[in-house]
Write a protein that binds this ligand. Structure first.
Ligand code: 4NP
Length: 182
C-alpha cells in the first residue's frame, strides 16, 4: 500500500489539513441505519488504532442518516460476524445531527446516498469539506466503489463489509497519522 496515493487525493488532503487539534482526531462514521456498516467501521477503527497504540489520539463514533433503530445495538448478524474476528460491537444507534459537524473533524460516509444526505445537512461549505467517502480509502485491488448495504444480504454481504472496512480503516489511520499527527 502506498500512503501517498491517499494523501494525493485533494479532498483527503484538505480534510486532514483542517483537523482542529492534530493531537485529538475526532472521526465519525456514517451509514443509513447505524446498525450494520458504520458501527462495524467504528469498531474496526478502534481495533486499528489500538494495534499501533495510538488510541488516546482518537475520538471515534458512528451515526445513521436514518432514525429507524435509535438506541439499538448493532444488527445481530453484524455482531456475530464481527465477534468471529475478535470484535465486540456495543455501539448504541443514534441519528447524525448538525452538531456533529462541530464535534468531529472527519465524517466518513459509507455510500453515495449517505454522502449526499450529509452534504445537505452540513451547515457550511467548510463543514462539507469534512465529509469523505470510506471508498476513498479502499485498497486499489478492490472492485467496489462504496461499502454495500448488507441489511438484505446473506452472510457474504457481512463478510465483504468487514473485509472492506478492515483495509479502509487501516489506510485511513495510516494516512491521518502520517500526515497530521505529531
Ligand atoms: P446500515 O444498514 O445502513 O449499514 O446500518 C441498514 C440497516 C437498517 C436499514 C437499512 C440499512 N433499515 O432500513 O432499517
Amino acid at each position: 500500500m502506498n500512503l501517498l496515493n491517499f494523501y494525493d487525493n485533494p479532498r483527503i488532503r484538505r480534510a486532514i489539513s483542517r483537523i482542529a487539534d492534530p493531537r485529538r482526531v475526532r472521526i465519525l462514521f456514517v451509514c443509513l441505519g447505524n446498525i450494520c456498516r458504520s458501527p462495524a467501521a467504528e469498531g474496526l477503527m478502534r481495533q486499528s488504532v489500538a494495534e499501533n497504540s495510538t488510541e488516546e489520539r482518537w475520538i471515534i463514533d458512528s451515526a445513521g442518516t436514518g432514525g429507524y433503530h435509535i438506541g439499538q445495538l448493532p444488527d445481530p448478524r453484524m455482531r456475530a460476524h464481527a465477534r468471529r474476528r475478535g470484535l465486540e460491537l456495543d455501539h448504541r444507534c443514534r441519528q447524525v445531527s448538525e452538531s456533529d459537524f462541530d464535534d468531529f473533524d472527519l465524517i466518513i460516509a459509507m455510500d453515495n446516498s449517505n454522502y449526499s444526505n450529509l452534504r445537505r445537512l452540513a451547515p457550511s461549505p467548510e463543514a462539507q469539506e469534512k465529509i469523505l467517502q470510506m471508498a476513498e480509502f479502499f485498497d486499489s485491488v478492490t472492485s467496489c466503489d462504496h461499502v454495500p448495504d448488507p441489511y438484505y444480504d446473506g452472510a457474504d454481504g457481512f463478510e465483504l463489509v468487514l473485509d472492506l472496512l478492515t483495509a479502509a480503516t487501516r489506510n485511513l489511520r495510516d494516512t491521518v497519522e502520517a500526515n497530521s499527527l505529531a
